[in-house]
Ligand binder design. Structure first.
Ligand code: 5GP
Ligand code: ZN
Length: 130
């Protein structure tokens, strides 16, 4: 039985007992289907895919959500976009296009409070979202 308790992680309650799922995945402490990995960014297949290709891209640095970013995050936010583009090029299924989604906060449908982007594609996606 896994005793780690996963919580709505914020920088205020960050400690060694209650761990953030995406911090643990990006450190390799919890297994995932890795798509991309460098010093700053980790990408992996979503466990519950909403499209034929559904990849989650996270900064290794813990950031709660897009609602708290500021100028100090310019470099990592820029890098994420560039690497999403590079990752998308690796998938033939994405050659006709793809969608990048950030769910932010309660109304945005965010469930994991470690900033992440969804890279979705492999079929014609509908618009507008629900
Ligand atoms: P959010 O709803 O916060 O925008 O996105 C969280 C995403 O993380 C969901 O699409 C969900 O399927 C995915 N997810 C949740 N737990 C895990 C996990 O343990 N492993 C992987 N690979 N994806 C997960
Ligand atoms: Zn985290």
């Amino acid at each position: 039985m896994n005793k780690i308790k996963y919580i709505k992680h914020t920088s205020k309650n960050c400690n060694n007992i209650e761990k953030c799922l995406f911090c643990e995945i990006s450190k390799g402490n919890i297994s995932s289907n890795k798509v991309f990995d460098n010093n700053n960014i980790y990408a992996f297949l979503d466990i519950n895919p909403q499209a034929p290709i559904h990849i989650i891209i996270v900064p290794k640095q813990h950031i709660d959500s897009l609602s708290i970013v500021s100028e100090e995050h310019i470099e990592i936010l820029g890098m994420i976009q560039i690497y999403i583009s590079k990752i998308a090029k690796q998938f033939d299924e994405l050659k006709n296009g793809f969608r990048v989604v950030n769910n932010c906060g309660i109304y945005g449908g965010q469930t994991i409070y470690h900033l992440h982007y969804h890279l979705l594609g492999g079929k014609q996606l509908n618009w507008p979202p629900g």
